[in-house]
Structures are given as structure tokens and as C-alpha cells.
Ligand binder design. Structure first.
Ligand code: PLP
Length: 374
């Protein structure tokens, strides 16, 4: 029997997305998703995949052949990196200074790795001396770090030094750039990072679901040389490359809408210019930082490892962070979020990513935040 639909048409509320992601999608990206779908091996779709790979090389600052988009969110890209690079019994070094470094450890453990940590306080980057000491002590084969730690708003600095330490020990380096790629300088080849992954819904302002990743030849060789197959069928690089590599054979169905959207978002990065885009994020987030500081509310990170894409604004004494967050949403349609884990209740996390990183959004936020705190 036909059912009279009681489910309304989708009409999402107006929001300004200034949280840790997703950011506001650009109308051009939304339009790309409404483009007619073709088959996942149609010549047209194969060209779209070629475009995405070429544009991703520009975004990652790499010449790596193995550069593509994982069908899934940033965590699927994280899992692709660790599941392929880590063989059971290998020692994996991860940071303890944030929520996503911790997730790296959980994923590495599922891949059969023996996880050890290098410590830094939440809100501070890893110190290369501590990383070197951890290498001497544990001799890991894989070392992961988070470039932009979304839980704290700290940016990992001195990346070429970290890569050099790992390579001196014949180890491989994986970088998480989910909250930074396309918003903050990252140079895969020049800095010597073996595997780098990201997400689509933050600094690229595409929908979540097609996540950039790149493997250099050395990392690909490690995957080819594995003794035991990768424990994930879906994320196994050898299988996925059947589709994204020259063969273009079926492995899984390409997610058409998010791939179209990613292509459009990457076209917009190319039009703006990657370095100009980094500068825009610094400029717009700089206005946000100056605005809250002028109210006597500092950020919870030092300037030298400030992450423009995620600003940890200290919760002033006596202020109920949850109430401020709710009022920003209810009265102004602005999304920000609170602290996680060790920083819960101590910071507001204000994102400044991709298409959300616009001066008018910062003016809107500063006026609303100021009126609530007043
Ligand atoms: N890594 C970092 C630094 C993140 O900020 C996030 C998400 O916020 C992830 C990984 C996981 O990405 P996703 O939530 O898209 O699976």
C-alpha cells in the first residue's frame, strides 16, 4: 500500500560553521554534487579521477604517483595509512599530546602494531629532542604525528627535523593533515614525509567522504614487501590502486558525488593559489585572534605554534562554556565547539577553515561572542 510521506523535505537551518569541521561548503561545490552521475569506469569519470589526482599533487606539494582520495572520511584515510604501513609486531611511535594522536595509536594497534608514545603537554607540539630520544629507546618502524591537532589548536613545527630523525633510523613517517591541508603550509616532498593524509570537509570545504592521501615510493615499496596481507580488505593499497592506478579496474564503486565535489573544491584552491590561500587563513584567523585578545580573552597556544585553522580561545573565569556555545548557535546560528579531553571546559574551539575563513564570518563571530560575554 502506498504510504503518504510524513517526512519533510530537507531544509537545513542557516549556519555559519566555525567549529572544527565541517566548514561552509561553497555554492560551486554544492552545485558539483548535483551534476549527473556516470558509471564509475565511464571515460568521463576516469578523467575526473585524473583531474583529482593531479590537483591533489598540487595540494600536497608532491610528485608522488600514489596520490588519490580514500572513499571515506579522514579517519578512513588515517586507517589507510596505518593499516598499510604497519605490519603485525612492528613498533609504532605516536604522540600523546592530543585526541587524534591517540586515535593513531588505536588504529595502529588494530593493525597489529606495538604502540609506544612520545609525550608533550596538550597544546604544545612535539619536541624533536624527545622524538629522537623515543627513537633511541624504542626503535619504531613507523612514526605518526599530527600537523594540526584539532583537539588543542597546536601546530606541529620542525617537520623536516622529525622526518630526518625517523629516516636516520630507517623508519617511515605518517602525517595527519586533516585540519590543516589547504589552510596551512605543508610541503610533503620538501619536508620528507612518507605518507600524508587529510580530510575533505575542513580546509577544502567539500563534503566529508573523499579524503586525500599520498604515499611516496619508499612507503609504497614497504607495502609491496609486506609478508602478511593488509588486515583491511577495503583500505588495502594494492586493491585500491587497481582502481586509482593505471589499470582503472573495479575495486569498489567510486563515490561520484563526493568526488565531483572534491574536484570542484580543488579547482578553487588552484584558482586562488595555494600560497595565497595559506596567507588568507593566516590573515582571517589573525583578525579572529586579535578580536578575542582585544576582549582580554587570549588563545591557549603560543604564537610560534598557532594553528590558524583551529583557534583554542580560553574560557574566561566564571564563564559557562556550554552556555556560550548554545547561545551562539541559538541566537546567531554560529557553530563553535568546546574543548575535548584534557582541555574540556578550558577552551572554545573556533575553526577558520576553507570557505568559512572569510572576514565577514569573523566580524559576525566577534560581535556575537562579545555581546554574550559582556
Ligand atoms: N585527524 C584530525 C586532526 C581531525 O581533526 C579529524 C576530525 O576531526 C580526524 C583525524 C578524523 O576525521 P573524520 O572525522 O573526518 O573521520
Amino acid at each position: 500500500m502506498a504510504r503518504n510521506s510524513e517526512t519533510d523535505e530537507l531544509v537545513p537551518p542557516d549556519r555559519t560553521l566555525l567549529g572544527p569541521g565541517p566548514s561552509d561548503a561553497h555554492p560551486r561545490v554544492l552545485k558539483a554534487m548535483a551534476t549527473p552521475f556516470v558509471g564509475y569506469l565511464d571515460d568521463y569519470y576516469v578523467e575526473v579521477m585524473d583531474d583529482v589526482q593531479e590537483l591533489l599533487r598540487m595540494l600536497f606539494c608532491t610528485d608522488n604517483e600514489y596520490t588519490f582520495a580514500v572513499s571515506g572520511t579522514g579517519s578512513a584515510a588515517m586507517e589507510t595509512a596505518f593499516a598499510n604501513l604497519v605490519e603485525p609486531g612492528e613498533t609504532v611511535l605516536v604522540p600523546s599530546n592530543g585526541y587524534f594522536g591517540d586515535r593513531m595509536g588505536q588504529i595502529a594497534e588494530r593493525a597489529g602494531g606495538e604502540v609506544v608514545t612520545v609525550d608533550a603537554p596538550w597544546g604544545e607540539p612535539l619536541d624533536p629532542d624527545d622524538v629522537a630520544a623515543a627513537f633511541d629507546r624504542h626503535e619504531p618502524t613507523v612514526f605518526g604525528f599530527v600537523h594540526g591537532e584539532t583537539s588543542t589548536g597546536a601546530r606541529q613545527t620542525q617537520i623536516p627535523e622529525l622526518a630526518r630523525i625517523a629516516h636516520d633510523h630507517d623508519a617511515y613517517v605518517i602525517a595527519d593533515t586533516v585540519a590543516s591541508l589547504g589552510g596551512v603550509e605543508f610541503r610533503t616532498d620538501e619536508w620528507g614525509v612518507d605518507v600524508v593524509y587529510s580530510g575533505s570537509q575542513k580546509c577544502l570545504s567539500a563534503p566529508p567522504g573523499s579524503s586525500p592521501i599520498t604515499f611516496n615510493d619508499r612507503a609504497v615499496q614497504k607495502v609491496h614487501d609486506r609478508e602478511e596481507p593488509v588486515r583491511s580488505w577495503y583500505l588495502d593499497l594494492e586493491g585500491v590502486w587497481e582502481y586509482w592506478g593505471a589499470e582503472r579496474n573495479y575495486h569498489h564503486t567510486g563515490p561520484t558525488a563526493t568526488t565531483y565535489a572534491l574536484r570542484e573544491a580543488l579547482r578553487m584552491v588552484e584558482e586562488e593559489g595555494l600560497e595565497d590561500r595559506w596567507a588568507r587563513h593566516r590573515r582571517v584567523a589573525g583578525a579572529l585572534k586579535a578580536g578575542v585578545e582585544a576582549m582580554g580573552v587570549p588563545l591557549n597556544v603560543d604564537d610560534d605554534h598557532w594553528l590558524p585553522t583551529l583557534n583554542p580561545v580560553q574560557v574566561p573565569d566564571g564563564v559557562d562554556d556550554g552556555r556560550v556555545i548554545d547561545r551562539l548557535m541559538d541566537e546567531h546560528g554560529i557553530e563553535i565547539v568546546g574543548g575535548l579531553g584534557a582541555l574540556s571546559g578550558d577552551i572554545f574551539r573556533v575553526g577558520c577553515m576553507g570557505n568559512s575563513a572569510r572576514p565577514e564570518n569573523i566580524t559576525h563571530f566577534i560581535a556575537a561572542f562579545g555581546s554574550i560575554l559582556a
